[in-house]
Design a protein around this ligand. Structure first.
Ligand code: GLO
Ligand code: MG
Length: 346
C-alpha cells in the first residue's frame, strides 16, 4: 500500500446471517450476538452497525429505563473490546405495527409507533456514542398507487424527520435509499430524493444519506456517481458497499463480486472526495452465500475488505497524468483500455 489506508471498516450483526431465504430455512445454526462481536474484533474490523433491537433485543416489550440500562451495558462491552458503534437504525419493517408502512402508514397509531421507536433509537445511539441514525425506509412506498397520496407521504416523512431532529440537537439522520423491495416503489428511491427531502426539514444540515451500491444499481444508477453527488453536498455519512447482478432481488453480494470496474470507480470516487476524513466508516452490507460453512462465516466480509484495499491501491496507482492527456485528446478509447489494463495488471 503506497500510503496508509485512512479507512475504517464495519458491518452489522445481520451480515453474519444464517442462510434462510424466502424459499428455504437457515443453513447455519444461529450464533449469539457476543460471538459476532468477538468475530468482528478477531477479523480486525473497527465498528459495528446496530439496529435498535440488535442493541436492545425485544425492544418493544421493554421500558425506557430498561432500554437505557441495556444500552449502557452494551456500550461498556463495546468499550472493553475497543469496538465503536457506527450507527443505530430503527428496524421498522418487522413489527405488526408497520405492515402498511411506518411513517407513511395509513394508520395514525402505527405512524406514532414508528416515530416513538425512532426517538428511542436516537436515545440508544446517544448512549452508544454515535450521532448517526440510519433510516432505511423499507416499507415507505406502495404496491397499490391509489392506496396512498405520494404528496401526503412526503409530508408525513418530513414531519417524522422533524420530530427526530427536535428530539436531539446533535443527531444526524442518514437516509438509505432503495428503489424497491420490499415495496414495489419506494418514496425515497435515490440519493437525489433523499437530499431533496432533507431540504424540507427543520434542519437540512442534519439530514444526509447512506449509499448502498446494490440499491443504486437497482435504481439503474452508477454507485460511483451517487457517491460523487452526495459528496458534492457534503452529505455522505455512511456507506454500504456490496454488489448486485442486474435488476432483480437485492443480492448483497461481496464488494466487487459482479462488476470489478464499478467497484474500482466507487473506491476512486471515495478517494477523490476524501471519504472517511470526518470519521465516516466503510461498511459492508453483504451476506454469505447459502452454502457457506460456519467455519467460513466471515469470509464474505474479510474478502470485501480485501477487495476494497486492493482497489484502493489500484486507485492510488492509476496513471492520472496519462489519463488527463487521453481526456484532453478525447481519446476515450485509450482511456477505457487503460482502465482495463490497470485492473488486469497488464
Ligand atoms: C436492505 C438494507 C438493510 C439496511 C439495514 C440498516 O436492503 O440494505 O440491510 O441497510 O437494515 O438499516
Ligand atoms: Mg444496506
Amino acid at each position: 500500500m503506497s500510503k496508509k489506508s485512512p479507512y475504517r471498516f464495519c458491518f452489522g450483526p445481520w451480515n453474519i446471517s444464517e442462510g434462510a431465504d424466502p424459499y428455504g430455512p437457515a443453513t447455519r445454526p444461529a450464533q449469539t450476538f457476543n460471538w459476532k462481536l468477538a468475530k468482528l474484533k478477531e477479523a480486525g474490523f473497527d465498528a459495528m452497525m446496530f439496529h435498535d433491537d440488535d442493541a436492545v433485543p425485544d425492544i418493544d416489550n421493554k421500558s425506557e429505563a430498561q432500554i437505557r440500562k441495556e444500552a449502557k451495558e452494551l456500550k461498556k462491552k463495546l468499550d472493553d473490546l475497543g469496538i465503536a458503534a457506527e450507527m443505530v437504525a430503527p428496524r421498522l419493517w418487522f413489527s405488526p405495527n408497520t405492515i402498511d408502512g411506518a411513517y407513511t402508514s395509513n394508520n395514525p397509531g402505527h405512524r406514532q409507533y414508528a416515530i416513538d421507536r425512532s426517538l428511542r433509537s436516537i436515545d440508544i445511539a446517544k448512549i452508544l456514542g454515535t450521532d448517526i441514525l440510519v433510516l432505511w425506509l423499507a416499507r415507505e412506498g406502495t404496491y397499490i398507487r391509489e392506496s396512498k397520496s405520494g404528496r401526503h407521504s412526503v409530508e408525513l416523512l418530513v414531519q417524522a424527520f422533524d420530530k427526530m431532529l427536535a428530539h436531539d440537537k446533535k443527531i444526524r439522520v442518514a437516509i438509505e435509499p432503495k428503489p424497491n423491495e420490499p415495496m414495489d416503489h419506494a418514496y425515497i428511491p435515490t440519493i437525489g430524493h433523499a437530499l431533496a427531502v432533507a431540504n424540507l426539514t427543520r434542519d437540512p444540515k442534519r439530514v444526509g444519506c447512506l449509499i448502498e451500491s446494490a440499491h443504486a444499481i437497482l435504481a439503474g444508477l452508477d454507485p460511483a456517481d451517487e457517491i460523487d453527488f452526495a459528496m458534492a453536498f457534503g452529505k455522505l455519512w455512511s456507506l454500504h458497499l456490496n454488489d448486485q447482478n442486474g435488476l432483480k432481488y437485492d443480492q448483497d453480494r461481496p464488494f466487487g463480486n459482479t462488476n470489478l470496474r464499478s467497484a474500482f470507480d466507487q473506491v476512486r470516487a471515495l478517494e477523490r472526495n476524501g471519504y472517511g476524513k470526518n470519521g465516516e466508516y466503510v461498511c459492508f452490507d453483504v451476506h454469505p452465500f447459502r452454502t457457506t460453512k460456519p467455519e467460513r462465516w466471515l469470509d464474505h466480509l474479510t474478502n470485501s475488505r480485501r477487495t476494497f484495499l486492493r482497489l484502493l491501491e489500484k486507485a492510488r496507482t492509476f496513471d492520472e497524468a496519462t489519463a488527463k492527456q487521453f481526456i484532453a485528446d478525447w481519446n476515450y478509447q485509450a482511456l477505457d483500455q487503460m482502465v482495463l489494463d490497470h485492473l488486469m495488471g497488464k
